[in-house]
Each structure stands twice: as C-alpha cells, then as structure tokens.
Design a binder for this molecule. Structure first.
Ligand SMILES: Cc1cc2nc3c(=O)[nH]c(=O)nc-3n(C[C@H](O)[C@H](O)[C@H](O)COP(=O)(O)O)c2cc1C
Length: 360
C-alpha cells in the first residue's frame, strides 16, 4: 500500500503529526499531568514482561478478530476517546471515525468532541461506535447522552469519573484554552445543557457514588463500561453496579500522576471478574507487542488514545483519515506478526503462559 511506503511505521506517523502540530498543541496531545511519572510508568509496565513463545505449532496465518459487547471487531483494538479534535485537524473526529470503520474496529466519541455525537455517528461504517460521558451534574444529563447515543446507533457507553480537574502543567504554562473553541459539539441546542458543561469544567456539585451509578444504570438500554478502573475492588463494584465490561485506564498519564499502570493490575482484575466479563485497557500502548502482552494477561481489547490523536494530526488535506488509518493498519500487521511468532492462530490462543516476568 502506498500509505505504508510513505509512513512505514507507527513511529513515522507520530513524526509526521509532530511536524504538523504547534508546540502548544503538541503539549496537549503528548503531555501528562504533574511530573509526568505516570506517563513513563505506563510505558515501563510493558518491560516487566517477556514473551515465552511456542515453536512448531503447525498453525496457519493468525486471525485477529474478536467479539466485544455484541460487536464483531477485526482486531482486539479500539480507539480511546479524545476531545477537542478539530484543534488537531480541521476534519476532526469524522476522519478518525472513518478510519475506525474501515479498520472494522470500534472507537469511543468523547463528550468533548468538536462535532456532536449525532453528527459523527454516520462516519462509523457499520455503526460500531461508543460514547464517553463523565458522571457529573444531574442524572438527566447522563441519560440524555445515552438517549442521543442510542438513537444515533451507538452500541455502548463509556462512563468516566471526573471529580476534579487534572493538574496539567504544560497546559497551565502554555495557557491554551481548547474548550472554548473545540470541545462543545455535544452541548447547546439539541445536545446537553450548558449547565452540565459548566459542571464538567468547574466541579461544584458533590461527586457521584456507586449507588447512584447503579440506580441510573438500571434506567439505561445501552450496555456500559466504566473507564478508569485499576483495582480488583473497583472492578467488582462496577460489575455489581451493572457494568457490561471493565475499562482499565490511567488516562494515558493525563489525570492522577504517580498512579499504578493499569497493565500491572490486569491479571488481578481478570481473576476478580472471571473469564466472561470483557476487559478493555489503555494507557501506553504503542506496539503490537504491547497489545499481545495485555491479551496474554487477560485483556479483551486494547485502546489507543495518543496514537489516534497523532493519527488525526498526521492526516493530509486531501486524505484526513490517512494517519489514523495507517496507524491501525500497522497495529494490525504487527500484531499479526507477533501472534505468528508466539505460535497463536487466534486471539483466544494468546494466554497467560505466553508471558513471564522479565528478569531484573
Ligand atoms: C489529546 C487527548 C485527549 C483526551 N481526551 C479524553 C476525553 O475527552 N475523555 C476521556 O475519557 N479520555 C480522554 N483522553 C484519554 C484517552 O481516552 C486514553 O485513556 C489515553 O490517551 C490512553 O493512553 P495513551 O494515550 O497512552 O494511548 C484523551 C487523551 C488524549 C491523548
């Protein structure tokens, strides 16, 4: 494919994106919170595991497809939500959604997307999208997102717990106010209320609790996952509250700095929820090898946040989906290669014995 000749690796797409972004926007995409130690810890977690491949398995070409929340995905990868997308490319998230549709996977539209979730829905070929919304403001606010998402054909909701503003030092220093210009597609006439947007930004009301989430969830029709889980105890609470899946995440090191990398808790969370509850995970995934390690430790599907944001920023004028599409193609092809090396024909065959603790 011409695309892969010009941008032969994920790294080369990131380099293209970096060349297109201003220093302030690069800080927005690349930066973490506070001292950015979580950013490093998320990446370092992959180094704690080494592969233990099987030889001469006699298997044929790997098949990467999986089932997730009633959807059939062509590989165990999804696009994590990111907001303020039109700051990165004028085509915005629509370009990412098209790449997601073409790759046959799923992706999650952020509540802070530049266009509304209703406008973006048709861009996902096959209507395989999800929608992220923070548990803030009144119940009606969250239910309103669910109603609009269900009516537009989205398949699931992704709840986040946003009790406070993240301490992002690069953003404080560069003074970039993206929300004003790029993050309000889901608010205003036909969408969520300005009052809820205020709450999302200013955190004046008491935070939500598990009981309230459970009561609200009982009124919903779409399945939902809870994003931000890093412990077996919260995974259990989420399942008890009605979650259809667990979404382990440290928000790519963008929220609480110094927190444990989700990968380090993956095995424990899998043991807690059992084999049937899907586990989504993100934070730090850059390579097919990273994805395979998470699958071996119990993940169902792996999310990429910055890779999709960089992919959008690498899009050209004529082909805005180019970067996102190329990233997904490379992740697919690398994972296929890694599965072959491990001796696995299907994603289900990647299991715990394929990774061992790395030697100190
Ligand atoms: C530019 C950018 C914006 C983001 N905006 C949101 C958001 O609006 N809602 C959300 O739940 N997560 C948001 N995230 C976090 C991602 O969904 C994801 O958890 C994180 O990027 C995963 O780590 P990774 O970047 O190392 O893949 C954002 C991430 C980035 C890079």
């Amino acid at each position: 494919m011409a695309v892969t000749r010009h941008l032969p690796t994920v790294r080369s797409v990131i380099a293209e994106a970096k060349a297109n972004l201003s220093p302030r926007l690069l800080d927005y995409v690349e930066g973490g919170s506070s001292g950015e130690s979580s950013l490093a810890a998320n990446r370092a977690a992959f180094g704690l595991w080494s592969f233990d491949p099987d030889m001469l398995t006699g298997l044929s070409r790997p098949r990467l497809g999986i089932e997730l929340l009633g959807m059939t995905l062509r590989m165990p990868v999804f696009a994590s939500p990111f907001g303020y997308d039109k700051a990165l490319h004028p085509a915005g998230y629509a370009a990412v959604a098209r790449a997601i549709g073409e790759a046959g996977i799923t992706g999650i539209v952020s509540e802070s997307s530049s266009d509304s979730l209703v406008e973006l829905a048709p861009e996902f070929a096959g209507q395989q999208g999800g929608v992220q919304v923070a548990l803030v403001a009144e119940d009606e606010h969250v239910l309103g997102f669910e109603e609009r998402a269900a009516a537009a054909g989205y398949r699931f909701l992704c709840f986040t717990d946003a009790p406070t503003r993240a301490w992002r030092e690069r953003m404080r220093e560069n003074g970039l106010d993206l929300n004003r210009y790029y993050g309000q597609g889901n608010y205003g006439p036909g969408g969520a209320s300005r009052h809820a947007l205020d709450e999302l930004m200013n955190f004046t009301q008491p935070r939500w609790d598990w009981k309230r989430l459970e009561t609200l969830a009982a009124k919903m029709t779409l399945p939902w996952v809870l994003k931000g889980v890093v412990s077996a105890r919260d995974a259990r609470r989420a399942v008890d509250a009605g979650a259809a899946g667990i979404y382990m995440s440290a928000y790519g090191g963008r929220n609480l700095d110094g927190m444990i990398a989700p990968l380090r808790r993956l095995e424990e969370v899998r043991a807690e929820v059992g084999p049937d509850v899907p586990i989504l995970i993100d934070s730090g995934f850059r390579h097919g090898t990273d994805i395979a390690k998470a699958l071996a430790l119990g993940a169902t599907a792996v999310g990429v946040g910055r890779l999709m944001a960089f992919g959008l920023a690498a899009g050209s004028h004529e082909d805005p989906s180019l970067g996102a599409r190329t990233i997904l193609q490379h992740l697919h092809d690398e994972l296929e290669s890694v599965m072959g090396s491990l001796g696995c024909e299907t994603v289900e065959q990647i299991d715990r014995h394929h990774v061992v603790p790395a030697q100190p």
